[in-house]
Write a protein of this length. Sequence first.
Lengths: 331, 331
Amino acid sequence: MKKLINDPQDVVRESVEGFGLAHADLVTVNPDPLVVSRAGGPVAGKVGLVSGGGSGHEPLHAGFVGVGMLDAAVPGAVFTSPTPDQIAPALTVASGGAGVLAIVKNYTGDVLNFETAVELAEADDIEVRTVVVNDDVAVEDSLYTAGRRGVAGTVAVEKIAGAAAERGDDLATVAAVAERVVANVRSMGVALTACTVPHAGRPSFDLPEDELEIGIGIHGEPGRRRIPLAGADAITEMLLTPAADDLGLARGDDVLLFVNGMGGTPASELYIVYRHARALLEGRGVTVARSLVGNYVTSLEMQGASVTVLRLDDELTALWDAPVRTAALHW
Amino acid sequence: MKKLINDPQDVVRESVEGFGLAHADLVTVNPDPLVVSRAGGPVAGKVGLVSGGGSGHEPLHAGFVGVGMLDAAVPGAVFTSPTPDQIAPALTVASGGAGVLAIVKNYTGDVLNFETAVELAEADDIEVRTVVVNDDVAVEDSLYTAGRRGVAGTVAVEKIAGAAAERGDDLATVAAVAERVVANVRSMGVALTACTVPHAGRPSFDLPEDELEIGIGIHGEPGRRRIPLAGADAITEMLLTPAADDLGLARGDDVLLFVNGMGGTPASELYIVYRHARALLEGRGVTVARSLVGNYVTSLEMQGASVTVLRLDDELTALWDAPVRTAALHW
């Protein structure tokens, strides 16, 4: 195992500590329980946004803490849900008195631990609404999930709901906006290589030198099928078409097209995928109105990519465009 | 070779085409000769900034085209210098009548081809000054270089000189600022794995499973030495200390600390390196006044990182902080 780490047990703590030092203008890190929150504390009267999940998907979620997006992020161990007694303080630290929206990727452990944490927070008189993200069209049910997995579409949920909270929407409205993003976002990914969880020390799965896994999960969960090596355009079509079909994209629709890197893929390759995904959408009469290309929801050093489409309307577009100031998204 | 590409011959063209489509608000792509320039064309009366070099280091340089940084970037073939008749039109398209600064990483091919292109531009009455970046302290002379190589410090040169140009400094002043960054910036990198140039189809060098290359070049050129696998803190010290020593960092100095990923390294690992590099600097009585962590000067999918330190003064700090709006740097 070749990694720039010290003791595998210290990876998350040391990494988040470094992150907090590098971005002290944006975030505050509480070491125990480990919570990354917006610098300056909660904003009075604003709905708070909290997300979290296993580490190894950076910049998700801590990289999205800041103005116009999350108020707190809860990093679990690598590929392991954060605990309820770690999530509950995050709900508290994010609370500015107007309630808190919890954004949870659909993995059984995350869903259960957030549920327990929400009960704890509600016992402290913090009103919490939860939205579960399940944008991955690859498979129904999976290694760690009942129903569809939550993957890169989470970025759009956090950005757009964050903008709604920042402009002063109340909890019910922010939650409804988040649900509207969930209803309109679909993703699918491919792995070229596996990744290695530090404390495991060996790759999470075997992927032969001449095969790809279409529909991969962000923890290396099995996808739809393995195929022989193929060109980027052919692979892109295998990702974009199921996502666009499932969403029922129709001529005249506007979308955000988001090509996400899994961590070990060069930017140049992501733009090659973007180029063809865009051409395929345009061929369907769909307009790519907004774009995002880069490593946002990763799987450690996995080589691969995912394609996400979000059907936009005027309000979602305006919320996407609203200012954001976080370590990983900034405009 | 596992890559998200089509024909290896088309990698740069397709990638830059995708880049241009994704960032049409920031850049314009001229397909032949391939040049990426600031959307809206040159700014009248502003010094133009041009950089370029072999592809495979994305987001360098096209990702830095936009407001407050470069006016044009010239992507060569992968790890291959752009040609003079590709660079010369970039100097022209960047010219707003106040002269052009060419920022060149110190590789023999780049230096020679920029020299020829500058002669062509000057024949067209465009005044050009050139600054050569040579921040890599690992080795004197190298596979493709006489003298030190130019690596991640290039980002600081482009950002700070770009801010000077944007505020209206004249060509001599912008060039002097750029030279001051070059004089105050040092870097050193490590490779955990090799990378594969698409048209070569196999790794550029062999690096055994249990070894690292300290002082690696961004094209996989040999560094100072190979060492057995080591912890992140030990590796970080092997990178930071030579860079800081060469720069003569002294108690009381302020620096920008920049931890750069080589393309295939998870963000979490870069923050672990940042954490210890910062501690080492603080141990020397040096203040980390500004920070940058991420994949900015990459080597395709290479796993590894580099550490860059830039000694700051008030003016360099203000220019670093000045607004920038490009695909890869935005604040």
